[in-house]
Design a protein around this ligand. Structure first.
Ligand code: PMP
Length: 464
């Protein structure tokens, strides 16, 4: 039985009705889905786009600010915002202008321009780390930093927390089962044994972390300040400070992935909580929705990177390859948008607005669940907020996972979509952007209220 307190037969009854409603109300999406099946594998350009709660993919026509329109002409309030890729709203005006400015000035040359220098300066000011590099995706940024960390420390093992997600980075696609590191279930085409050089530890478990670092073979800990990809799991007071201490003692580097937690404030959790990472990675929203990611490091790391690079050149007699690349990284278009985002979009005022809306939403969700006498918890982190089907906020990835009730989650998401509201798929995350209004938050709460009212009215819906 799930922790949600909701019986499966009730979920199934309402889901069947909502699936039917989606198909009836979205003829253009249905037609495009049918057409797409003949040219796109699985009918979508990226296979996970068919994993949403809708019976067929919802096709988008346009998006602006906190809203988008589907091909059938329905307007949606967007609390998913591209799973943070559009954290600052869809097509913020300064990004649209930057795209237009750069459009006729060259898109990619393999050479830097002044924008790159300005971006380095702005990133250093914002995050407090002096040296920066640019990649195209957060996945790439994490992969590259892991290479540097191994080169710098001469160690091979990478440590991550159970329930993490850092992109499709091989080393991180592992879970903890019965105290052992295992492959994440469902990996396709996995040839390499990932457990050889990866180690998984329970989030918020300092004793386990200390034990895992004890052999002295861990090059780096790669972590988010809070788990955000298995539902939200906040660090307990003092946890991150102790992670930093233990990593220093063990000669292990600390990499903080701020890709999602950039929603916490203008300098992410790193600035808000004064974390002291050796490396910081951030992607997705950093250039306002244009593909771009960055990683920063301390002066000490930069010096060690120079040594590693000199050594690799020596070993390869000048003809080697670092294993880090991708031709389009730091292209002129991305750099112009990164600059515009850092200078004009990610402002203190934008964050103040986002955080206020998210706080209203979290308070409203708590009141809603109390009114319906549902034992569900709400976790807030900056502009993001998550509800989970368990009475107290989870403290570990495993606890967060135990609170999953997939069919119920799919039903609630579909119910919202059918009434013009999108929240982040695969768990119950919401994100507020600078264009999200107080009335938008109210509408989400009222629609969820209606969903729960209908669900709980089904005889036997509430389980003891
Ligand atoms: N880091 C974190 C914390 C993420 O949540 C994600 C993606 N959800 C990534 C990295 C990878 O981002 P991308 O898919 O854009 O490479």
């Amino acid at each position: 039985m799930s922790h949600s307190g909701i019986a499966e037969h009730a979920v199934e009854a309402l889901s069947a009705r909502e699936r039917q409603r989606f198909l009836e109300h979205n003829p253009q999406s249905v037609a495009l889905a049918e057409r797409a099946r003949h040219s796109l594998f699985g009918g979508v350009p990226m296979h996970w786009m068919s994993d949403w709660s809708t019976p067929l993919p919802l096709f988008v026509a346009s998006a602006a600010g906190a809203r988008f329109r589907d091909v059938d002409g329905h307007e949606y309030l967007d609390f998913c915002l591209g799973d943070t890729g559009s954290m600052f709203g869809h097509s913020p005006a300064p990004i649209a202008a930057a795209l237009r400015e750069q459009a006729g000035n060259g898109l990619t040359t393999m050479l830097p321009g002044e924008d790159a220098v300005v971006c380095g300066e702005r990133l250093a000011e914002r995050f407090g780390l002096p040296y920066w590099q640019v990649a195209t995706t957060a996945t790439d940024a994490n992969r590259f930093v892991l290479r540097w960390a191994r080169a710098i420390t001469g160690r091979k093992v990478i440590l991550v927390f159970d329930g993490c997600y850092h992109g499709t980075v091989d080393e991180t696609l592992v879970r903890l089962r019965d105290g052992h590191t295992v492959h994440r279930p469902g990996l396709i085409g996995q040839a390499r044994n990932l457990t050889q050089h990866s180690r998984v530890v329970t989030f918020n478990d300092l004793a386990a972390l200390e034990a895992a670092l004890a052999p002295g073979d861990v090059a780096a800990i790669l972590c988010e300040p809070a788990l955000t990809n298995i539902g939200m799991v906040l660090p307990e007071p003092g946890f991150l400070a102790r992670v930093r201490e233990l990593s220093r003692q063990a000669g292990t580097l600390l990499i903080v992935d701020e890709t999602h937690t950039l929603s916490t404030g203008p300098g992410g959790c790193t600035r808000a909580w004064q974390l002291q990472p050796d490396f910081l990675t951030v992607g997705k929203a950093i250039a306002g929705g244009v593909p771009c990611a960055v990683y920063g490091c301390t002066a000490e790391m930069a010096q060690a990177m120079h040594l590693a690079r000199a050594h690799s050149r020596e070993m390869a007699e000048g003809h080697g390859h670092s294993g880090m690349g991708t031709t389009l990284s730091a292209n002129a278009l991305a750099m112009h948008c990164l600059r515009a985002n850092l200078e004009q979009v990610m402002s203190d005022a934008a964050y103040a607005h986002m955080l206020a809306r998210a706080a209203e939403l979290a308070a409203g969700l708590r009141a809603l669940f109390a009114r319906h006498a549902l034992p569900w918890s709400v976790t807030e982190l900056g502009a993001r907020c998550e509800f989970q089907f368990c009475p107290a906020p989870p403290k570990t990835g495993a606890e967060a996972e135990a609170a999953f009730h997939d069919s119920l989650q799919m039903l609630l998401h579909l119910y919202l979509i059918n009434r013009g509201i999108l929240i982040t798929p695969f768990h119950n995350m919401t994100l507020c952007c600078p264009d999200t209004g107080a009335a938008d938050v109210e509408r989400l709460l009222a629609t969820l209220d209606a969903a729960l009212g209908e669900l709980l009215a089904i005889p036997g819906a509430r389980q003891a």
